[in-house]
Design a protein around this ligand. Structure first.
Ligand code: SF4
Length: 323
């Protein structure tokens, strides 16, 4: 297909990419799995932004969510458990021109990948990070993850989990340099799309916790939110998210929240009686490591080559004068 210009004339040099162009293999997620909705919203984002497929990369670790790169017709890297973030950072460091997305489950990000999660937030490189939080290890069949609610019986906790669940929002908001933190449920497509769009346009690491249904292992996890919209508080603001009319009619509890207010963002993240959805925090003033490292703080490639050459010279074997 060809691209349409603003004046509706056809630009034959510019290819217009459709939703189908971004679709990779047929998904093998269970029927009703919330990952399907996240995939659809992401493909729509790519289509609306007309992201060049050769300049777009999806990176994942291990788990159900980690199948994501296979279902996108872009570049992808299905990495090791918990290691999606350092891989994505390496890609962004070497190729800052690429659009880099990261898909991780709660086991992947909040357990084995925790150290990478914290340090990736601190580095604040320009990445869109989606945490698919279904409160369980799904791919490995029903083990408790750090976000599993207290008391849930799983294969590793047959009498029910004893610890309180980790809150990914409060953790993220507590890390130095966290610059974009949002939360959304995948069953609200308009909101999911809007949050992903804002995350994509943010300069820095955008951390989006997506509450994701797993009908197979945690079918009741988000029932309270699904059956009663009043348990959700939509965060609206002129500096934040635009909410469609239909969504606004269903979700009547709304808060006018300025996403630059870190203290209020932390309070919202800690709420136990209601669940905030939207952009909790955004700050574009925080430095991004992928840019700082290119602005003279690190040596240029020429300088690196010079240093390497001089190191090699120290150990080089010189032909003796006699020869
Ligand atoms: Fe989705 Fe759960 Fe099935 Fe995994 S086990 S594909 S998370 S429904």
């Amino acid at each position: 297909m060809f691209g349409l210009n603003d004046n509706c004339s056809i630009d034959q040099d510019q290819e217009y990419l459709t939703l189908e162009d971004y679709q990779g293999r047929v998904s093998r997620w269970c029927a009703g799995c919330g990952d399907n909705g996240i995939l659809g919203a992401t493909q729509r984002l790519c289509r609306d932004e007309q992201l060049p497929r050769e300049k777009t990369v999806f990176v994942s670790g291990i788990g159900c969510a980690a199948r994501f790169p296979h279902y996108m017709n872009t570049y992808g890297f299905h990495g090791l458990h918990g290691r999606a973030l350092p891989i994505a950072q390496g890609i962004k460091m070497r190729r800052p021109d690429l659009h880099v997305f990261v898909n991780m489950g709660d086991g992947d990000c909040c357990s084995i990948g925790t150290a990478h999660w914290i340090h990736a937030l601190r580095a604040n490189m320009d990445l869109v990070v989606m945490l698919h939080d279904n409160g369980i290890y799904g791919l490995t069949k029903n083990q408790a993850s750090p976000t599993t609610p207290t008391g849930l019986k799983t294969n590793t906790t047959p009498r029910g989990t004893m610890l309180r669940a980790l809150n990914p929002l409060t953790v993220t908001l507590g890390v130095t340099n966290a610059s974009f933190v949002a939360q959304v449920g995948e069953w609200i497509p308009d909101l999911l799309f809007e949050v992903l769009k804002q995350a994509f346009h943010h300069k820095g690491l955008s951390f989006v916790r997506i509450l994701q249904r797993c009908p197979h292992f945690t079918p009741e996890l988000y029932n309270a939110l699904l059956t009663n919209p009043d348990n959700i508080v939509l965060l609206t603001h002129e500096k934040g998210m635009q909410i469609g009319e239909t969504t606004a009619k269903i979700y009547k509890r709304q808060e006018h929240h300025d996403p630059s207010d870190l203290n209020r963002a932390r309070e919202l993240a800690e709420m136990s009686d209601r669940v905030p959805m939207g952009i909790l925090y955004r700050n574009e003033e925080i430095g991004r490591y992928n840019e700082i490292s290119r602005s003279g703080i690190l040596p240029t490639w020429e300088r690196r080559a010079e240093v390497l050459e001089s190191a090699f010279d120290r150990f080089g074997i010189q032909a003796s004068a006699a020869e």
